[in-house]
Design a protein around this ligand. Structure first.
Ligand SMILES: Cc1cc2nc3c(=O)[nH]c(=O)nc-3n(C[C@H](O)[C@H](O)[C@H](O)COP(=O)(O)OP(=O)(O)OC[C@H]3O[C@@H](n4cnc5c(N)ncnc54)[C@H](O)[C@@H]3O)c2cc1C
Length: 392
């Protein structure tokens, strides 16, 4: 088999890249280790920046997000028992975010790919990458016990943190930066109306909590838990009781509980691999970087990488220009490190750190007080939350 771009991974990065390239007339094949249903069963991100919405638009898959998504103009910070609204729409001169689940983005991209008759290989095992330092890279995989090989011009490694693409690069060619946090997020998805119209980020002496949503009838809640905690230690009742303790009285009053559709613990990590290009192999999304989910940057960064990468390939095929390809890694990393900084800062501000004690809590509360009372500080928070421009 031959294609122009072989894409490893059918998460949001791989599928969005495939769709943008297809729109530009560039042939591509997506090779995914799991089944389509498995990919759709993963409950992850839910807040889309305008840049991500623009890319979905460009890919021709934004209709349902516009119809069913919830545009948000602000969010709330809860500390010392009181909520304070950050009006990001006002502070950023009219920008907002869209609440629309990653699962739905993936579903829309899969549907568009199927409708266009594009080749996606699900349940591919033993995927391996070869000769990406030459002009004739190859991808091999096994499907139903049969070996296959794809030759291509480029390989896009969109296969997440545990994928094969980054692991195929010699260790001496890549520099890794990592910070692991001593806690995780226990998440619950439930078909109950959200506690508020907007997201609530809570800093409490009992630990962080986030009240988020997927629609007017489906809520996503999170609690900070120690990194060695297990889902088996929790029941729905224990979760709702602990969430209620971390809310202010008015929110606690409004909290509607119900059976969880999903409960899981996500570890928190900051991670960057540099560079993101190795000859004809390009990393995008979680394959190259991870942010802690505070600030909702993971999916959005994956989308902006794909924005740069699709433009680079389009420039290459249409204009025979190498410029986008040569600048891909530096362009992405400049934006990624700013989002890494923001996600690390927001995580540090909102969570309880075992080692900092009551002094740490007082410092956080002082900074939060400053944030909500200083227009300069609120503006900086809002500007980062809605997403920095692609060209900065
Ligand atoms: C539990 C969890 C919760 C999260 N919550 C949030 C959140 O609330 N907000 C937020 O902004 N971000 C969140 N994120 C981050 C966000 O979901 C990711 O940034 C986003 O999924 C990145 O998309 P991706 O396509 O790059 O990677 P992925 O979504 O990981 O997709 C990679 C794909 O590659 C496939 N793959 C892996 N290895 C191979 C292989 N060897 N061969 C072929 N295919 C392979 C995988 O099966 C997968 O389908 C969360 C992430 C996790 C793990």
């Amino acid at each position: 088999m031959r294609t122009q771009v072989a894409i490893i991974g059918a998460g949001p990065s791989g599928l969005l890249l495939g769709q943008l390239l297809h729109k530009a007339g560039i042939d591509n094949i997506v090779i995914e280790r799991q089944s389509g249903d498995y990919v759709l069963g993963r409950i992850r991100a839910g807040v889309l920046e305008q840049i991500t919405m623009d890319l979905l638009e460009q890919a021709g898959v934004a209709q349902r997000a516009h119809a069913e998504g919830l545009p948000h103009d602000g969010f709330e910070l809860l500390f010392k028992g009181e909520r304070h609204r950050i009006d990001m729409h006002k502070l950023t001169g009219g920008k907002r975010v869209m609440v629309y689940g990653q699962t739905e983005v993936t579903r829309d991209l899969m549907a568009a790919r199927a409708a266009a008759g594009l080749n996606t290989v699900y349940e591919a095992s033993n995927v391996s990458l070869h000769d990406f330092d030459s002009q004739q890279p190859r991808v091999r995989y096994e499907k139903d016990g049969v070996q296959h090989e794809i030759t291509c011009d480029f390989i896009a490694g969109c296969d997440g943190f545990h994928g094969v693409a980054r692991a195929s690069v010699p260790a001496s060619a890549v520099q890794l930066y990592e910070k692991v946090y001593p806690f995780g997020w226990l998440g619950v998805l439930a078909d109950v109306p959200p506690v508020g119209e907007e997201l609530i980020y809570a800093n409490t002496p009992r630990g962080f909590a986030l009240c988020s949503m997927r629609s007017h009838t489906r809520s996503r809640y999170y609690l900070q838990v120690p990194s060695d905690d297990k889902v088996e230690n929790w029941t729905d009742t224990l979760f709702w009781e602990e969430l209620a303790r971390r809310l202010d009285p008015a929110a606690r009053e409004r909290l509607v509980t119900g059976p969880s559709l999903e409960m899981s613990i996500a570890p928190l990590r900051s991670f960057v691999a540099e560079p993101m290009r190795f000859g004809q192999l390009f990393l995008a999304g979680d394959a190259a970087h991870i942010v802690p989910p505070t600030g909702a940057k993971g999916l959005n960064l994956a989308a902006s990488d794909v924005g740069y990468l699709s433009s680079a390939f389009i420039e290459h095929y249409r204009e025979r220009s190498q410029a986008g390809i040569d600048h891909y890694s530096a362009r992405c990393l400049s934006r990624i490190w700013k989002a890494e900084r923001f996600s690390w800062w927001f995580t540090s501000l909102m969570h309880r750190f075992p080692e900092t004690g009551e002094f740490g809590q007082k410092i956080q509360e002082a900074e939060l007080d400053y944030l909500v009372n200083s227009e300069a500080a609120s503006t900086s928070l809002a500007e980062n939350y809605v997403g920095l421009p692609m060209k900065l």
